[in-house]
Design a protein around this ligand. Sequence first.
Ligand SMILES: [Zn+2]
Length: 709
Amino acid sequence: MNRYSAIPMLAVLVITVSCNDKKQAKQSAAISADNPFLKQSTLPFQAPDFTKIKDSDFLPAFEEGIRQQKLEVDSIADNPQSPTFENTLVALEKSGRILARVQGVFSLISGANTNDQLQKTEEAVAPMLAAQRDAIFLNKQLFNRVRTIYNNRSSLNLDAESLRLTEYYYQQFQMAGAELSDEGIAVMKKLNEEEASLMTQFSNKLLDAAKAGVYVTDNKENLSGLSEGDLETAAKDADQAGKKGKWQISLQNTTQQPVLSSLTNREVRQQIFNNSWNRAEKNDSNDTRKDIIRMAELRAQKAKLLGFNSYAEWKLQDQMAKTPKAVDELFAHLLPAIEKVKSEAAELQQLIEESGTDFQLEAWDWNYFAEKLRKAKYDLNEEEIKPYFEINTVLEKGVFYAANKLYGITFKEQHDLPVYHEDVRVFIVLDQDGSQIGLFYCDFFKRDNKSGGAWMSNIVEQSHLLETKPVIYNVCNFTKPAEGQPALISFDDVTTMFHEFGHALHGLFADQKYPSLSGTNTARDFVEFPSQFNEHWAIDPDILKNYAIHYQSGEGIPEELIEKIRKAASFNQGYLLSELVTAAVLDMQWHTIPEGETIKDADQFEQEALTRTNWYLKTVPPRYRSSYFLHIWGNGYAAGYYAYLWTEMLDHDAYEWFMAHGGMTAENGQRFRDMILSKGNTIEYATMYRNFTGRNPKITPMLKNRGLL
Ligand SMILES: [Zn+2]
């Protein structure tokens, strides 16, 4: 699954006041007058001038940005005039411009092109921003003003978007705990602090646990089945770890490990699987079980303090699902996956027996035999299809072409705008009438100093209030070809390009007054909807014909290859869905415990949680075990991992709507743009969705697509 896009705007805007002035003073280098973030860029679209930005500019700009925003926020809170929408909420929306500028560029560079200095800056800035957020959203004086506006909102003659902004701010303050007594706020700050330090501790332990969990062998035979390339990597990894002459298999953060689909030695498979499964449960200094229990308890306490029965109940308020009950219903609809898993398991068991061996299928066997079956059943060879997916053709004749057919937009490459790396390309996006919509940067190739995965975000947020147009980027990790060679990518990569560009469209079509509500600044269980929806066009016959062209012969992809790609896409779906659902179930179970419940044993809790919800599957372990579930304990997805499944329901349902209404027409595209892609967070999500399809989302199209019906 792709790394998340959409860093909530809040981070910039409302990310608030400063934490520890002394500490800042120590780190602080005085900001020089020519720091590029002090002033708005004069380039088109306020695009950053990367030729003028030095690594040493970021930290002072963050410090100055935070300081200035604090002054702005204080003057809003201390304003002697009685609170109005303009002098409070609009003023908040306008605050923090320096911070927004530096944060927009820093997020991009520190993710896509980092170095030691930028990493140090990142570490220094994270707590400053976190503390600032608390200082704004737990600022009682400011909250009192927001509440007054909120209480009078129906008599203020506000337009719909301003009304939504009022409700949005009120809810954000309320969720943070601004309504609590002074004593309550003090308790909340303490709980936040303890949680934040446990989250960092968890992430650090996990890194060490993964390092300690590597599989090392001095017998190459043990790794038979791996490709020469994989073996080379294993030898290099061992070498770098000071184990010259050996082979090392490093752990990825998921339960299943990529090598398990090709390793022929069953005992080695089992060992690597166990290394993964038990990585953070060895009763040593990397054991995370006590930490996660404590975090679950802290979160339950926070929820109780705010008047909720559970953390999930509190957290889901501003999401599309709204309640844990709605998420449970989604899980219940997905229960047919279990039957599918059983039939897939039976097929694999048969393959085991046919291969002349005699053992029961286990979790560490699944991917190995599934891969065998996939080859036998679909005969789909990556090397055979890659020549049809040359990256520039895919981008221009696939991704851009689909957007042109649906939304009428065109793209003009810019060679004069500065970039931060030679691989980056920049396009101006033009509307049907030739007017400029925004800028699109793409940075597709893997680099050592780039984070893994693929993502989208904004450098500049669209806002009519601030008179800004969107400046958007997509970052991916495709293998860079040797000098002079074409970049041929897999169909998975093609899908990723369409996915990330779906986020880009959501950002480009933004048409909001207020930056906090603009573009992709939407709930987690909504933001992946436009991106996943856009993936459907990758395999649309008309689009595919246009972009899947052999890079040498210029011939279109043969029909039978398309058919193979389609068929292979439905393979092993019971397993793939179930490992996601079981992880999402664990997340919800940990975050619906009532305050005061003591959990003695994390493993027992996990086992009981899966059994109680009917999701315990012996051969399908959760994609992440509780003790290494970084999303929920370290990365802000607590009670939020279900979002991937929720948006999958939306994207298939919306695609079905398209197909039932004439398919890929400009008219349907315009409707989707008008009612979804351009709406940001200005309408309640369920209403927005109903406006588009005329009904509530249905689960059936997703189940059909996963082969569960
Ligand atoms: Zn995404």
